[in-house]
Write a protein that binds this ligand. Structure first.
Ligand code: 13P
Length: 257
């Protein structure tokens, strides 16, 4: 398999600038010598520049946690792709379930943000995933496939090369409940098939599919060992350098690149 494992840390709304500086420095030190695994750090907007100073001459990439579809203007509280880029970001997370749940994000707005991000030269991590209720009602595949189709509508093949899809079952986020490797693998395989339908088989084979939801050093090996799991989007465990670096070391050992 020629997909490199990609481990991203979503810091969510955590870390002041001084704490961000410390965490980024520790992660950088603890991941020295990692060269087969791609690492992305996604701090809050306020800490992007600070973290960029730490990672700018390393292979660690920087990402934002959201982006607006307009280029500039009277959009209080929003951030543009150019602003993210100027702070050092090359990635952006789009459509995280917390944005969908608390901030009214829909498949349509996810798609608009994604198209703008890609047009501006950012790469994107697009999040999809079902709620517990949807899983219990056997709606997982329907929901995930609607989200994937909605998010990726109108993308060209070239744009799709810059997209990572993260499957994050909502019931596994921040709850300590991880999807079993089999549950995650099943959905990942279905997403890959869907990408083959929407785009083509070659694209589906190249697609990096991350799993997210209570990933920690204790479960990373089993999850990342699944055929269609090519990385992790880590929340809680990325806020401590030891646990994030340990997940990265596990990926490095497993790397199939
Ligand atoms: P946790 O790892 O804290 O469950 O968060 C996962 C997540 O939402 C990453 O985007």
């Amino acid at each position: 398999m020629d997909r490199k494992i990609v481990i991203a840390g979503n810091w969510k709304m955590n870390k002041s600038n001084s704490d961000a500086l410390q965490l980024a420095n520790q992660i950088k030190i603890k991941t020295t010598g990692i060269n087969h695994t791609a690492v992305i750090m996604c701090p809050p907007f306020t800490a992007l520049s600070v973290v960029n100073e730490v990672v700018k001459n390393t292979s660690i990439d920087l990402g934002g946690q959201n982006v607006f579809w307009e280029k500039e203007g009277a959009y209080t509280g929003e951030i543009s792709a150019e602003m993210l880029k100027s702070a050092g970001a090359s990635y952006v997370i789009i459509g995280h379930s917390e944005r969908r749940q608390y901030f009214g994000e829909t498949d349509e707005t996810v798609n608009k943000r994604l198209l703008t991000a890609l047009d501006s030269g950012l790469k994107a991590i697009v999040c999809v995933g079902e709620t517990l209720e949807q899983r219990e009602n056997n709606e997982t595949m329907n929901v995930v496939s609607r989200q994937v189709k909605g998010a990726l509508g109108g993308l060209t093949d070239a744009q799709m090369q810059d997209v990572i899809v993260a499957y994050e079952p909502v019931w596994a986020i921040g709850t300590g409940k991880t999807a079993t490797p089999e549950q995650a693998q099943e959905v990942h395989a279905a997403i890959r098939n869907l990408i083959a339908d929407i785009f083509n088989t070659e694209m589906s084979k190249k697609l990096v599919l991350q799993y997210g939801g209570s990933v920690k050093p204790e479960n990373a090996e089993e999850l990342l060992g699944q055929d269609d799991i090519d990385g992790a989007l880590v929340g809680g465990a990325c806020l401590k350098a030891d646990s994030f670096a340990e997940i990265i070391r596990i990926a490095e050992r497993l790397n199939r690149a």
